[in-house]
Design a protein around this ligand. Structure first.
Ligand code: MN
Length: 369
């Protein structure tokens, strides 16, 4: 039995200001193109089944354009009699049940199986049983549903999940996506013939039988340099798993420049020099470590813009150096809590910010008394 496992296409995503010739956002068009490449591969290779492991859409309320694009592509699979099973991921699952799911409109397509009701559903295709668990309303419900998914004897059993896994090295760096659900790797039972995972954007083998397909495009600089694609799986007595790469827009991370001992002119020169590596149309980032506000302002932005013009978009991330306000004429150093607040305001803390801030201020107040 031949299966294609794809995930995290995030249709409807858009970013930066560059427009495609059609007038649409270029990055939105990029996500359409990579998904279309996948569909074209599927129509040629004619698998017995396609599994999409969640985050088909980028949001709970995709635009009409994103919905009709997906509808068109799924119709092509439907007409070719290729079954398509898709679970809803954290990005497209509404927090309130009453909102209703965009997946409902796919229920009427023949050969398309949208799974979005927050609970385990079993679909039988030929000799295979697909145990599909969409994004649930709580982590407890998710775990209950995974425990309920029991492989059936003498059948090919496939489990589908959209989750993060605790205990895999790569995932520990990337946690904190909104509304995500996370399970320990012990929940991935070796009894399934294959576990198709979605959520983590890098194609990864997690256990002997569990794989993340990764996303079909780059959606953040954390993904710079990663291959994007999907798996083609031949299940049988000796399963074969092959990664098929998609041709997507590249993302380049040009590394960092330590600016502490450099002048604005030198920093500009270093940026321009690194920008020589830029390949046409790529998305590029460079990081300026320990730069003062004054030096940052004095960079030669015209030269930098010109040097970066080959990129679809370039991002100059930076970290302002902390000692600067003593040196750069800040009239006084604030109280310990004021300084701490200023310091922490420059660090991305994600959803735990408020809690961490409150806790720190509580401790600081205690020691200062
Ligand atoms: Mn996700």
């Amino acid at each position: 039995m031949k299966i294609l496992h794809v995930a995290d296409s995030h249709i409807g995503y858009s970013a930066y200001h560059k427009l495609a010739p059609s007038g649409l956002n270029q990055r939105e068009v990029d996500t359409y193109n990579s998904f279309k490449q996948f569909i074209e591969y599927a129509l040629k290779s004619k698998p017995d089944l396609i599994i999409h492991a969640g985050d088909l859409f980028d949001s709970v309320r995709p635009t009409n354009r994103a919905i009709s694009f997906v509808m068109q592509q799924l119709l092509r699979l439907s007409e070719a009699n290729i079954p398509f099973i898709v679970i809803s991921g954290n990005h497209e699952t509404p927090k309130l049940r009453e909102t209703g799911s965009v997946f409902r409109i796919f229920e009427h397509l023949e050969n398309v199986y949208p799974i979005y009701k927050g609970k385990l559903e079993q679909i039988e295709i030929d000799n295979a049983v697909i145990h599909a668990i969409p994004h649930c309303f709580s982590n407890e419900e998710l775990k209950k549903n995974i425990e309920m998914a029991k492989p059936i004897e003498n059948r090919i059993n496939i489990l589908v999940l959209h989750v993060g896994i605790i205990g895999i090295k790569e995932f520990s760096y990337t946690r904190g996506d909104f509304n995500e659900q996370v399970i320990p790797s012990g929940y991935l039972s070796p009894q399934f013939d294959y576990i198709a995972l979605g959520h983590f954007h890098k194609p990864t083998k997690v256990t002997e039988n569990a794989y993340y397909a990764g996303s079909t495009e780059h959606f953040s600089f954390k993904e710079a340099g990663e291959r994007k694609g999907f798996y083609e799986i031949e299940l049988g007595s000796s399963p074969q798993i092959k990664f098929i790469e998609l041709n997507v827009r590249g993302m380049m991370d040009l590394g960092e420049i330590d600016c502490f001992n450099l002048s604005s002119e030198q920093i500009t020169y270093e940026i321009v020099r690194k920008f020589e590596e830029i390949e046409e149309g790529k998305i590029v980032r460079i990081f300026l470590r320990r730069i003062s506000r004054a030096k940052y302002k004095a960079l030669d932005w015209n030269r930098i813009k010109k040097a970066g013009s080959k990129a679809l978009h370039f991002e100059i991330a930076h970290e302002f150096h902390e000692i600067e306000h003593e040196l750069m004429g800040k009239s006084r150093i604030g109280s310990l809590t004021e300084e701490w607040k200023e310091f922490i305001s420059k660090h991305p803390l994600g959803k735990n910010r408020k809690e961490l801030e409150e806790l720190a201020i509580k401790y600081l107040t205690e020691v200062l008394q």
